[in-house]
Design a protein around this ligand. Structure first.
Ligand code: PSU
Ligand code: MN
Length: 308
């Protein structure tokens, strides 16, 4: 299923890049509108784009403005999504946000649907959503998992957010048939920390091997995304010893305030920023930029070796 072109506004630089075969990296906007406070979110968004450009790829930040789906945003549009409230738009929310002419920030699930329609192959985020702790009673499993099952892109992520139930998230990814590759690691990264202690199904040490895996994946007509789990740099990490009790306190606060559904992830991220005195925000920014760097290298090699 592809989004018709009259609903998809490709920025001229993205249109040109896609038609002339330049490497393009998709970026989401929920991390900007709901994952980080202003003005750090805006400087992060600009830095992500700069890293992609400096590395030799074209950044395509995805979001909705007045109900129009944009692939590639201007500086003013990035600012608008950083400053003004935007509807947190997962895949199921796209129809609502489009029909109501709203501004929307795309999560991993909607960004995947849109990037796929635009013909983009590589996407960098901070951390994918997954199975929340307590999902056995709340049923809270991110739409990201379903979207990862449907759209064959490479998604670079720092494992999955530590606020989740990581063993269950990995099980859900397996059920969905999503290959999970640890980049230079044998353990699934835990967002703020380098390791969750849970083994990844495969570990690859080079971008060339990741690109080869994706080529085989596409040749085999697999429909799923390939998750590339890229650990945060050692100097930037917050060890699990340190962050675990903070996450537990944030989860208790979440329950006490009756936060549920789509508000859970933004609430927890914000609580953790407050409790760590801003250190988790620094780590979040560092890991997300690290993912953009890797996505740029992947997108370049995909073009060079396979013209993808
Ligand atoms: N990564 C971050 N910060 C974020 C997110 C990811 O570093 O805010 C967002 C992504 O957009 C992801 C979403 O798709 O959180 C998951 O939300 P939920 O758990 O409600 O499905
Ligand atoms: Mn949820």
């Amino acid at each position: 299923m592809k989004i018709p072109s009259y609903l998809l506004h490709l920025h001229p630089k993205i249109k040109e890049a896609l038609s002339s075969g330049k490497p393009v990296v998709a970026l989401e906007s929920t991390i900007i509108s709901h994952g980080m406070p202003y003005p750090d979110n805006l400087s992060f968004a600009k830095k992500s784009e700069k890293i992609a450009c400096d590395g030799g790829a074209i950044p395509a930040t995805i979001g909705l403005l007045k109900g129009k789906i944009h692939v590639g945003l201007t500086d003013d549009e990035l600012e608008e999504l950083s400053v003004k409230p935007a509807f947190k738009t997962a895949s199921r929310d796209l129809s609502y946000v489009v029909s109501q002419n709203l501004n929307g920030a795309t999560t991993v699930s909607s960004t995947l649907a849109i990037a796929y329609s635009a013909g983009i192959k590589v996407f960098a985020t901070g951390g994918i959503g997954g199975v929340h702790r307590g999902a056995e009673s709340s049923f809270d499993i991110s739409q990201d998992i379903r979207a990862l099952e449907r759209y064959p892109l490479i998604v670079v992520t720092a494992g999955a957010k530590a606020i989740l139930d990581l063993p269950k998230t990995l099980e859900a990814l397996e059920t969905s048939g999503v290959p999970v590759v640890g980049y230079k690691t044998k353990s699934f990264p835990a967002f703020y920390s380098r390791s969750s202690g849970i083994p990844v199904p495969y570990s690859l040490n080079t971008v060339a091997e990741i690109v080869a895996l994706f080529h085989s994946h596409c040749s085999l007509q697999r429909s799923q995304a390939v998750v590339v789990a890229n650990p945060i740099a050692k100097i930037e990490e917050i060890t699990s010893d340190e962050i675990d009790t903070i996450i537990e306190t944030a989860l208790i606060n979440c329950g006490n305030e009756n936060i549920s559904g789509k508000n859970v992830t933004p609430f927890l991220l914000k609580e953790i920023v407050e409790m760590t005195g801003g250190r988790s925000l620094k780590a979040n920014i560092a890991l997300a930029l690290n993912n953009v760097r890797l996505a740029v290298e992947i997108s370049k090699q995909l073009k060079e070796r396979f013209r993808f």
